[in-house]
Design a protein around this ligand. Structure first.
Ligand SMILES: Cc1cc2nc3c(=O)[nH]c(=O)nc-3n(C[C@H](O)[C@H](O)[C@H](O)COP(=O)(O)OP(=O)(O)OC[C@H]3O[C@@H](n4cnc5c(N)ncnc54)[C@H](O)[C@@H]3O)c2cc1C
Ligand code: FES
Length: 499
């Protein structure tokens, strides 16, 4: 099955060249998602010279695989922030998110970016009786966090009849995320930012401030790792839970679905919306989150399809996709300098189109020596064991469980000869365990199953045909190449001629 998001399928390629030289800049940004591209534009607008390196193409990461919703609150509930950090911090977060949303709107208008930006309402509703108390709790917390929330009795068809009233935030927004960052990237490039695609950073030397790719390198005053999860080994990785979530889009008649962001909680947690792209309208449905590398991805995607069909009578799915999110145990993102002196921006949960935009403002302020009120709150080197204790313990347990279970029990293996075309498994070959995938034409890819980040063992993802690590979310292609996550080195490839 081919997976591609409705956003990536319906936006033209950006078409930037590959880095093939040694060069210098004031700032080198690694990563061309919303964080990296927005920062690139902020910096060139303030007269700073910038090189941006993107491993694949602009929007390849979570930005081009998101839902494209923009809101002042946070999707897992502002009540979590209020409970853990208090009303003042929650207020600071929603205020900064509102400013970031306004900045996106201003840029869409100023640069005339054709990304379908529209203001709309956000509805949070319960589909079961049990979930209704969470909506009540969220309403009270929203008021404490300075949001203007109200209730509406019901939702327009074809949305389900909620259990109790839906909580509503007015004046939120939606756009086409891939079209937006392509527009921003074009504006940054036209102001002198040098953007390179297919230019993966293979090595980052934080002391010498050098970033090396296969065919070139950049030396800069500042290094920004806008890679969603920072590359290499960072303390924050021990404090983040890594999840994958699934999306699908299906064609519908224009105006057959109401405008808005719709978040339903109950047995399923679904986020749905519609989007007009050229002459077509799509219904978009996102959900079925699970920890990366810990569940059968095929089952989760099937469940999402069943939920979309059951709740919204969806037929003929045009696009299916999946993407990763990183949640900080204490509920706030990590933005700023890390212990090695590079800038990082991570822990955005599923709210990073806005967090990425505000991270770009914060980092640009830091580089220019300006104060930023949010900087101390989201500091990348903070250590808040009490606020994040449960999440840290959960994540540490996940890592230990993966390490111990996979090493002690040496997961079930089959002989290589039994690996059928189109299948993947941990196989035994001459007493060595290998992570093997046989393509439908019989071609074999065999790699080491030991993740190059911190040595957990990878698990097969049958939807995206990748080896995913349960510990910190590194993902690898069947030939071992790094797709995403903190790992920088590929899985070691084994060539087995004749197999
Ligand atoms: C299913 C889903 C739906 C979501 N929906 C929403 C939503 O509606 N609203 C919202 O606000 N948030 C949403 N999010 C969250 C949001 O998509 C992310 O938080 C946000 O896109 C992160 O942006 P980023 O630029 O930091 O990272 P990314 O978009 O992941 O970009 C990082 C880039 O770095 C590149 N890269 C990685 N390693 C290297 C390297 N070594 N060298 C060079 N480049 C490298 C990658 O290829 C990638 O393009 C959603 C997330 C998921 C999973
Ligand atoms: S991602 Fe950290 S061990 Fe694999």
């Amino acid at each position: 099955m081919n997976t591609i998001s409705v956003w990536r399928a319906t936006a033209p390629e950006a078409g930037f060249p590959m880095l093939q030289e040694e060069t210098t800049a004031d700032v080198v940004i690694v990563g061309g998602g919303i964080t990296g591209v927005t920062l690139a534009l902020n910096l060139v607008e303030q007269g700073t010279s910038v090189v941006l390196l993107e491993a694949r193409n602009i929007g390849f990461g979570s930005t081009g695989n998101s839902t494209g919703n923009l809101y002042e609150t946070v999707s897992r509930g502002i009540h979590r922030v209020v409970n853990q950090w208090g009303g003042d911090v929650a207020h600071a977060i929603t205020t900064a998110r509102r400013t970031a949303l306004e900045q996106i709107e201003q840029r869409v208008r100023r640069f005339n970016i054709p990304c379908g930006f529209r203001r709309c309402k956000l509805y949070r509703y319960a589909t079961t009786e049990n979930a209704q108390s969470t909506i009540e709790k969220e309403y009270q917390a929203s008021l404490k966090a300075g949001l203007t929330a109200h209730f509406e009795k019901t939702l327009l068809a074809p949305l389900p009849r909620p259990q109790g009233p839906a909580m509503v935030l007015n004046n939120q927004a939606q756009f086409h995320p891939q079209a937006y960052i392509h527009g921003l990237a074009g504006e940054a490039a036209s102001r002198g930012c040098r953007i390179f695609e297919n230019s993966m950073a293979l090595e980052v030397d934080p002391d010498r401030r050098v970033v090396r790719t296969a065919n070139g390198q950049v030396t800069a005053r500042e290094v920004v790792l806008a890679t969603h999860s920072p590359k290499g080994i960072h303390l924050v990785q021990a404090e983040m839970i890594v999840n994958r979530e699934y999306g699908l889009a299906t064609r519908i008649a224009r105006d057959s679905f109401p405008d808005g962001i719709f978040w339903g909680s109950g047995i399923e947690r679904l986020s749905v919306r519609s989007v007009d792209v050229d002459d077509a309208t799509f219904f978009v449905c996102v959900g079925e989150e699970h920890k990366t590398g810990q569940e059968d991805a095929t089952i989760n995607l099937d469940r999402l399809e069943a939920a979309a069909q059951g709740n919204f009578n969806v037929s003929e799915i045009a696009y299916r996709w999946s993407a990763q999110n990183y949640s900080a145990a204490d509920g706030l993102p990590y933005i700023g300098r890390d212990a090695a002196g590079c800038f990082i921006a991570t822990g955005f949960e599923t709210d990073g189109l806005i967090y990425g935009t505000l991270a770009a403002s914060l980092i640009a302020d830091k580089i220019a020596g300006r104060d930023n009120v949010l900087a101390p709150i989201v500091k990348a080197t903070r250590f808040s064991p009490l606020k994040g204790a449960k999440g840290v313990a959960e994540e540490t347990a996940t890592v230990l469980k993966s390490l111990i279970k996979d090493y002690v029990t040496d997961r079930e293996t089959i002989p290589l000869s039994q690996l059928m075309p189109g299948k993947a498994a941990i196989v035994k070959f001459e007493n060595v365990s290998l992570a093997a995938y046989r393509e439908t034409d019989g071609t074999l890819f065999a790699v080491s199953p030991v993740c190059t980040h911190m040595k957990c063992r990878v698990h097969w993802n049958g939807v995206e045909k990748s080896w995913d690590c349960p510990c910190h979310g590194s993902r690898f292609a069947p030939d071992g190449t790094v797709i995403e996550g903190p790992a920088t080195e590929p899985l070691q490839r084994h060539f087995l001629p004749g197999h």
